[in-house]
Design a protein around this ligand. Structure first.
Ligand code: GLY
Length: 416
């Protein structure tokens, strides 16, 4: 059985895991990332909506607070990631054009108004605009759409571009190692996590383990009770002028659907993501009925999508948590949880980075591991308050241990 040591072991190589790895590298650590297929989990299907308002539902105010706090960190996070990966500004596809919210029939309009009332009560920015104004913003809005609103602060980023940038940064560091294996268990000594064992039986020791294994995290620690919530998203390709470029979210006879047009490429074509189903099932194969329903509802809002080329249908399990909010923070000595992001992994990535930065500064497993404030993706006089707000939101709403009656030092039966 092999045995290797690093300062930080990150279990999971999606956007959240690679972000944790990047932050650990910035802090000066040697990092190992354990993932058999980095970026091929929820990251692969994600549309990249940065939509704390659009995703805000009844009973989910904590999630909205986390999302708002993280969204505020996105511009700085994107700029710093692009610099670190030697990419031009804009390479990760952050777009700040806001979101158009559409309602298809009278019941959908009534539901939309209830949501707008909720946003008002929570102080979230959204307002009804009517369909004429909606068509001025997006001429492709279909003739049978009967209501519209704007969520001007809900934006988008390209999750695959973000992951590629993170892979460049992590992959080019001499202090980072990627092990293409799945973790099967955490390893423990005297109540502290000391590393993880992989599916080939090798043990990877580290001063700090960051558990960012998406829906699979739940099998590794009881404070991260994640479950798979598969979602299907479609990728289409269109001529750039088919759509004006606003993110569109809507309801069609009670069913939610969203359409995310990316910035056009040099060839005058653009990717359009249509999503997403959400199911409580173990199976992550793509069902034909889901592809049909997504296209049917998307074209009810934007009939011009009939002209788009079909590129792919992707189904991946989101990491659902019992209350829909992530699990972020220290769960045992040597263990940081960064999982359970459910529908909001991309949105909540900068907030997760802030939690990782904070933990590395506070629980540094080696002398070299002290996070320099100037190295933070969120640092700087103008953003210190935003980082503090994000950490405060995480401490209030994403605390590990909130699902377990009594704090578990280590799972029963784990080697102690
Ligand atoms: N963030 C939207 C979704 O998971 O479908």
């Amino acid at each position: 059985m092999g045995r290797r040591a690093s300062d930080v072991l990150v279990v999971g190589g999606g956007v959240v895991g690679l972000t944790a790895a990047w932050r650990a590298l910035v802090a000066g650590a040697r990092v190992t990332v354990l993932d058999p297929a980095p970026g091929d989990g929820a990251t692969r299907a994600a549309a990249g909506m940065l939509a704390p308002v659009g995703e805000a539902g009844f009973g989910q105010e904590p999630l909205a607070r986390l999302g708002v706090a993280s969204l505020a960190l996105w511009p700085r996070f994107a700029a710093e990631l692009e610099r670190a990966a030697s990419l031009p500004p804009g390479a990760v596809g952050l777009e700040t054009t806001g979101t158009l919210v559409l309602a298809y029939d009278a019941d959908d309009v009534a539901a939309l108004r209830r949501l707008l009332d909720l946003h008002r009560a929570w102080g979230l920015p959204s307002h009804e605009i009517g369909t004429d104004a909606a068509r001025r913003l997006e001429p492709a809005v279909g003739p049978r759409v009967t209501g519209a609103a704007r969520a001007p602060g809900d934006h988008q980023v390209d999750p695959r571009a973000v992951h590629r940038a993170l892979a460049v940064v992590v992959g080019s560091s001499p202090r980072a190692t990627l092990v293409p294996r799945a973790a099967t268990a955490l390893t423990w000594a005297r109540g502290a996590v000391t590393g993880a064992r992989d599916d080939a039986g090798a043990e990877h020791r580290a001063g700090l383990v960051v558990l960012a294994a998406g829906h699979a995290s739940g099998a590794l620690h009881p404070d991260a009770p994640t479950r798979p919530v598969p979602g299907t998203a479609l990728r289409l390709e269109t001529a750039a002028d088919l759509l004006a470029g606003h993110v569109v979210r809507g309801h069609v006879q009670g069913r939610p659907v969203y359409v995310v047009p990316r910035r056009p490429g040099a060839d005058g074509r653009r990717e359009v993501v249509v999503g997403a189903t959400s199911d409580e099932r173990e199976d992550s194969r793509t069902r034909s009925g889901d592809v049909f329903a997504l296209l049917r509802d998307a074209r009810a809002l934007l009939p011009a999508l009939d002209e788009a080329t079909f590129v792919e249908a992707t189904t991946r399990p989101r990491p659902g948590s019992p209350d829909g909010a992530p699990v972020l923070g220290e769960a045992a000595e040597g263990l940081l949880l960064a999982t359970g992001h459910h529908r909001n992994g991309v949105l909540l990535t900068p907030l997760t980075a802030a939690v990782v930065d904070d933990a590395l500064g506070a629980t540094s497993p080696s002398a070299s591991l002290s996070a320099s404030p100037s190295a933070s993706p969120c640092a700087g006089p103008a953003t210190d308050a935003l980082v503090a707000a994000a950490l405060d939101a995480a401490a209030r709403h994403a605390r590990p241990g909130r699902f377990t009656a009594r704090r578990t030092a280590h799972p029963e039966g784990a080697p102690a």
